[in-house]
Design a protein around this ligand. Structure first.
Ligand code: ADP
Length: 496
């Protein structure tokens, strides 16, 4: 990445527009901090609406040539970037941990997951088939073509600084679209590092542009109101997603939204408790509970409630908390003070309404924890539905355990949410597993596993969790228009 200026001993990174690293038009920069310590990691050029406009125009200029580039050549570049990511896995993972706080082992896993989207969509680029539909009338033919939508504006969150970028950029580029990406203000460095790898792999200027900003509103407004942008793809909060959808309606821009979740876990009395404890732990505590598919409500059938709660609390107590760059750390800091405040308020509200704390339940301070936002991994029992944590996304390391009696009750309570992203079921009974998978109103159901997502399957939600699907064979269709070509032909063969 091109370094622009030296500022208080840390590096300053530019915007990536039209294949160039450049300062923001305003000349302003903003700091990126390590959430574990509060220390400044780097400074980044702070894009405004004018910078976003330049990036959109560059993407628009690059579109005709890129969309007509043979799919096999587009694929080659995506595969090359995936290979470069794997080659640089360690420095990329360390940078990701430094800006996002995620434990280093998870960061390495994320780099691999993110590279997987490039591999997968490199393959999909070559399989954008059209159709020929049989005609009803003599002298007619009907063709269906799939064509790239055009310039895509992508907005990504801080909790997966690499994977949310490639999950959007890989299918967009594979389809033949060009992209302007605005990474989250907390974690722009990974996105910028990926842009450098794309350039190194030979991506033409303007095909991918990155415009980090400390204030998402002006850049977002430009993306929403600039007529050159045909599609908004967003991962983030339901609140911002609704705003983007409302504003995109002005020009009927296409939208794909991956929004909040409130994942239920259902553990039936026939579950294998080892699998249930391990799977729930993985789902709940990955990235400190800061993912939209993290377990939020853990429903346990009454007969195994005490056994599960005890074993689960024991496992949670043994989680190692610390700076993500320490090799064996499993739980790092929360992203910022607002995140910590939300977690604290959810636990305090639940306790005030009768919840019992089995472990955790407090902020962590003291040696090694100053400067960052830390909350102890927490298990709560004696929950009831009036507690905020039962309805609102906590986005933190807090596991509420709730008793249930019948299977019907479990589905009814699990589905009682405005969200519908991920749900998890633990049972050794195949009938129950299938009934649960079909009854749960969620876009993703993990059966006996806590981490079901991978690049080759669809990811997305029901209800207020979003619109559209990313990943898998479905992901590329979010970036394609369907065109019908009606052909009138003369069927007479001369000489016949
Ligand atoms: P979170 O609460 O997880 O940070 P947000 O929805 O606020 O979720 O953020 C997700 C992404 O959306 C980030 O890149 C953020 O900068 C961006 N964002 C937030 N508000 C707006 C907005 N008004 N316009 C465009 N992007 C926005």
């Amino acid at each position: 990445m091109t370094e622009l200026t030296a500022q208080t001993g840390t590096r300053t990174y530019g915007l990536f527009v039209d294949g160039q690293w450049e300062p923001a038009g305003s000349g302003r920069t903003f700091p990126v901090t390590d959430p574990a310590t509060g220390a400044t990691v780097a400074f980044v050029a702070d894009a405004g609406a004018d910078d976003a406009r330049r990036a959109i125009e560059a993407a628009y200029r690059a579109f005709p040539a890129w969309s007509r580039t043979p799919a096999v050549d587009r694929s080659r570049i995506l595969r090359h970037v995936a290979a470069l990511m794997r080659e640089r896995k360690e420095p990329l993972a360390r940078q990701l941990t430094r800006e996002g706080g995620k434990p280093i082992r998870e960061a390495r896993g994320e780099i691999e997951y993110a590279a997987g989207f490039l591999d997968w969509f490199a393959g999909e680029a070559e399989r954008v088939y059209g159709d020929i539909i049989p005609h009803w009338t003599f002298g007619k033919r009907h063709l269906v073509l799939k064509q790239p939508i055009g310039v895509v504006a992508a907005i990504t969150p801080w909790n997966f600084p690499a994977a949310m970028v490639t999950r959007k950029v890989a299918p967009a580029l594979a389809a033949g679209c060009t992209v302007v990406l605005k990474p989250a203000e907390q974690t722009p460095l990974t996105a910028l590092a990926l842009a450098e790898l794309f350039a190194q792999a030979g991506l033409p200027p303007g095909v991918l542009n990155i415009v980090p900003t400390s204030d998402p509103r002006p850049v977002g407004e430009e993306m929403l109101h600039n007529e050159l942008v045909r599609k908004i793809t967003f991962t983030g909060s339901t609140e911002v997603g609704k705003y983007l959808m409302r504003e995109a309606a002005g020009q009927v821009k296409r939208v794909s939204l991956e929004l909040g979740g409130h994942a239920p876990v259902i553990i039936f009395d026939d579950a294998d408790l080892d699998k249930a404890v391990a799977g729930t732990l993985a789902s709940k505590f990955r990235n400190m509970g800061q993912t939209c598919v993290c377990a939020n409500r853990i429903y346990v059938q009454r007969g195994i409630l005490d056994a599960f709660a005890q074993r689960f609390a024991e496992a949670v107590r043994s989680l190692k908390v610390g700076h993500g760059l320490e090799e064996d750390v499993q739980v790092g800091p929360l992203i910022d003070a607002a995140g910590l405040e939300k977690v604290k308020s959810h636990v305090d509200d639940a306790v005030a309404k009768g919840a019992r704390v089995l472990t955790g339940g407090h902020v962590i301070t003291g040696d090694g924890f100053s400067g960052g936002c830390w909350y102890a991994p927490t298990v709560l029992v004696d929950m009831h539905d009036e507690m905020r944590i039962m309805k609102e996304e906590t986005f933190g390391p807090v596991a509420p355990i709730i008793a249930f009696d019948t299977e019907a009750e479990a589905y009814r309570r699990a589905n009682d949410s405005r969200y519908g992203l991920a749900a998890y079921v633990f049972t050794e009974n195949i009938n129950r597993a299938l009934r649960a998978a079909e009854r749960l109103e969620y876009g993703i159901v993990g059966v006996n596993e806590g981490l079901p997502s991978t690049p080759q399957v669809p990811f997305g939600g029901f209800k207020e969790s979003g619109i559209g699907r990313e990943g898998g064979p479905y992901g590329i269709h979010e970036f394609l228009e369907v065109k019908m070509v009606g052909l009138a032909i003369d069927e007479t063969v001369p000489g016949e």
